[in-house]
Design a protein around this ligand. Sequence first.
Ligand code: SIN
Ligand code: CO
Length: 407
Amino acid sequence: MNSIQTHAPTPLLGGLSPQAFMRRVWQRRPLLVRQAWPGVQPPLSRTELFALAAREGVESRLVLREVGAERANRTGRTDRTDGPGPAADAWRVRHGPFSRRALPALSRPAWTLLVQGLDLHVGAAHEMLAPFRFVPAARLDDLMVSWASSGGGVGPHADSYDVFLLQVQGRRRWRVAPPDPQAAFVEGLPVKILRRFEPVHDWVLEPGDMLYLPPLWGHDGVAEGGDCMTCSVGFRAPSGPDLARELLQRLADEAGDVALEGTAPLYVDASQVATANPGAVPPALQRFAARALAQTLRDPLAVPRTLGETLSEPKAQVWFEPGRPLPAGVAVRLDARTRMLYDERHVFINGESYRAAGRDAQLLRRLADTRALGADDVARLGTDALGCLCQWAEAGWLHAVAKEVLR
Ligand code: SIN
Ligand code: CO
């Protein structure tokens, strides 16, 4: 359940309350919190992580670095002119799944394995997101975990995410630089390495320490010693064009469905005269096209609806095992993979939208906020909303739970 007290100071945010953190830090500046999460345990062991990276449907990456000098000695070449440092190193990136034998030996320095969407696969990782639910779930991307051998990292880069980097095992040195409006990446590398990286902070994080970074801040995390595990909770900050592309794709699909019905009026040019310039586009057709496009957006709910559907769409690798019919009198909990959001008129779940109002809307919003609904609340749902709940249970999007589990 969502037990976050947004006004209560918390060690997680260095003694700030979530309210104060959002007002003073969020999107503004980095924040290093020593012992944000004292005694934090990795959500899975190294062996379990490697086994997960071997699975289909789990998004994993392996990044290996060969430092410039080492590479020059081996090849006799110094073909990068950027001088010593990450830009002069050789980087290799491979995408999973990886059998254990496809991963380097633990003793080999400077490699890292990154697994995205750990919260979708590992219950303990999903639970680690709970303290961060003071940020709108619409912004949440996932919990990623990285394991690194000594000297491992992905190089200096910047992301379009707000991120909480929680050290869960071993030590990692983070160097951090302010956003660079002229940011450019080194060409010809399989990783995005910032061409210019001028850190203003240099911190070594121990287990339980956490670093918050706003989007576009440069950062370079390098494992100090081996067996280093970092969890990053990422909140995507989409760009306007990215979001527009996603919404327009959905609107295009909807327009495609209407076109297939074949009921919309056709373009009429009964007044077209015989033309001596057949190559010219008729202005009337331009106006017709502009009107058709405007029509798609005329519905004031078009943007909020498609936005909610887009934001609640599960990641591409996610699939649900069919669930069981919902027995009467039970409480429910959302599946860890389910994304559920709402706005004033709709409830969104896993890319679908439903109109909801009154008490049903109130109860379904509670389900989205707390990711669970008690048996008493389930019993108060109207027929249609209960029907939805049953349908979602059979789709595996939520599950029946014993009442006492929700306390
Ligand atoms: C890492 O954990 O090594 C990378 C995380 C990040 O830079 O976002
Ligand atoms: Co990053």
